[in-house]
Design a protein around this ligand. Structure first.
Ligand code: GDP
Ligand code: MG
Length: 370
């Protein structure tokens, strides 16, 4: 191997000659000048020392950055937890949502109109909770398939007269895969045949040890029919949310997720959006997958027109050009040109992918024939 001169090595390592000479001094290597040649072994040792130094620096820099990011996060305001209700068919998901919805309507003036915007808020003394307005895991799964993370907490309803059933297990698996915290609601406790112990034992079989048995699985006995225990459930949700320390930046670049969308004959495309970061405002441009829009109006679940939608708000957006998919991530864009460009780019990318897959397929078929 050709020997390397000190100045060459310095250049290779992207450092000053003086710096390298200092390292050589520390290593006790003797040399005449920066034009002196180094033994291969020495050059190798120098490289290792530099690599280690740089590695340590890089690590320190990364740690600093993480610390700063965490500090910045701690300075952000809290946001309400977003909760999805899942469970086996007929175990009471819809009833629980109805009860929660009703309880919040009852707090307002009688006859208040509510609007289905994909999610609704329940305000308690302890804080606000956002519930995704569709039970079951289909919506949840289709949202997750598009890569969006929506729910922080999954309330898994288990009828106490029935226990854990196949779809309960599915719901548990979905919640786990989505990284949502799980709270179990043992429902139908008003029925004489309700058996909380059976629910506990079923959970043990699924590797969840209930708090009543000394574990950390949260189980709240409720009745979606009488409302018994529902306040406790809300308290538990808020407690878990507090431990999760959920925060969002209302000043960040706005981001959200489509919960559902439909076409109204009169109004056009109506899309429900959950805002996750930043604040969307009427007049903003946005892109959801291959669809773009300009927010013409926003309406919340209390049927109020909204000029602004900060993190944690669910609003129905008027102004998408076409129907966006549920689960599509919504990004704010500065203007119409950017909005159209991004949407068109995405359409082209998809078509390219599809064409690519097609060509690949054809190529393989020809290969089969040869
Ligand atoms: P879902 O399929 O999980 O949405 O279940 P539903 O909410 O539709 O409830 C299924 C049935 O159980 C309905 O007849 C409800 O009235 C009933 N139900 C739900 N919750 C309770 C409850 O807490 N107590 C009693 N007694 N019945 C309930
Ligand atoms: Mg239902």
């Amino acid at each position: 191997m050709a020997k390397v001169r000190i100045y060459q090595l310095a250049k290779e390592l992207g450092m000053e000659n003086a710096e390298l000479l200092e390292i050589l001094n520390e290593m006790g290597v003797s040399y005449k000048s920066h034009a002196s040649t180094l033994e291969d072994e020495t050059a190798q040792a120098v490289k290792e020392i530099i690599a280690e130094q740089r590695g340590l620096e890089e690590q320190r820099r990364r740690e600093e950055e993480a610390k700063r990011a965490e500090e910045a996060r701690k300075a952000l305001p809290h946001r309400p937890p977003v909760v999805v209700i899942m469970g086996h068919v007929d175990h009471g998901k819809t009833s629980l949502l109805d009860y929660l919805r009703k309880s919040r309507i009852a707090e307002r003036e009688a006859g208040g109109i509510t609007q289905h915007v994909g999610a609704f808020e329940v305000k308690t003394k302890g804080g606000t909770v956002v519930f995704i307005d569709t039970p079951g895991h289909e919506a949840f799964t289709s949202i997750r398939q598009r890569g969006a993370r929506v729910a922080d907490i999954a309330v898994i309803v288990i009828a106490a007269d029935d226990g854990i059933m196949p779809q309960t297990k599915e719901a548990i698996a979905h919640a786990k895969a989505a990284g949502a915290k799980i709270i179990f609601a043992a429902n139908k406790m008003d029925l004489p045949q309700a058996n909380l112990d059976k629910v506990y034992q079923d959970l043990m079989r699924e590797q969840f040890v209930p708090e009543a048995y000394g574990g950390d699985a949260i189980v709240v006995p409720i009745s979606a029919k009488t409302g018994q225990g529902v306040a406790d459930l809300l308290d538990m949700i808020l407690l878990v949310a507090e431990l999760e320390d959920l925060r969002a930046d209302p000043e960040a670049e706005p981001k959200g997720v489509i919960l559902e969308a439909r076409v109204d004959k009169q109004a056009g495309v109506l899309a429900s959006m959950l805002v996750q970061e930043g604040t969307f405002r009427v007049g903003d441009y946005l892109v959801a997958g291959e669809v773009w829009g300009k927010i013409r109006a926003m309406r919340d679940s209390d049927d109020n027109q909204r000029k602004e939608a900060p993190p944690g708000s669910a609003v129905q957006v008027l102004g998408f050009s076409e129907l966006p998919h549920a689960g599509e991530v919504v990004h704010w864009v500065p203007d119409q040109v950017a909005a159209k460009e991004i949407a068109e780019e995405r359409i082209l990318e998809r078509k390219d992918r599809e064409a690519g897959a097609e060509t690949g397929l054809r190529a393989r078929n020809i290969a089969d024939l040869l």
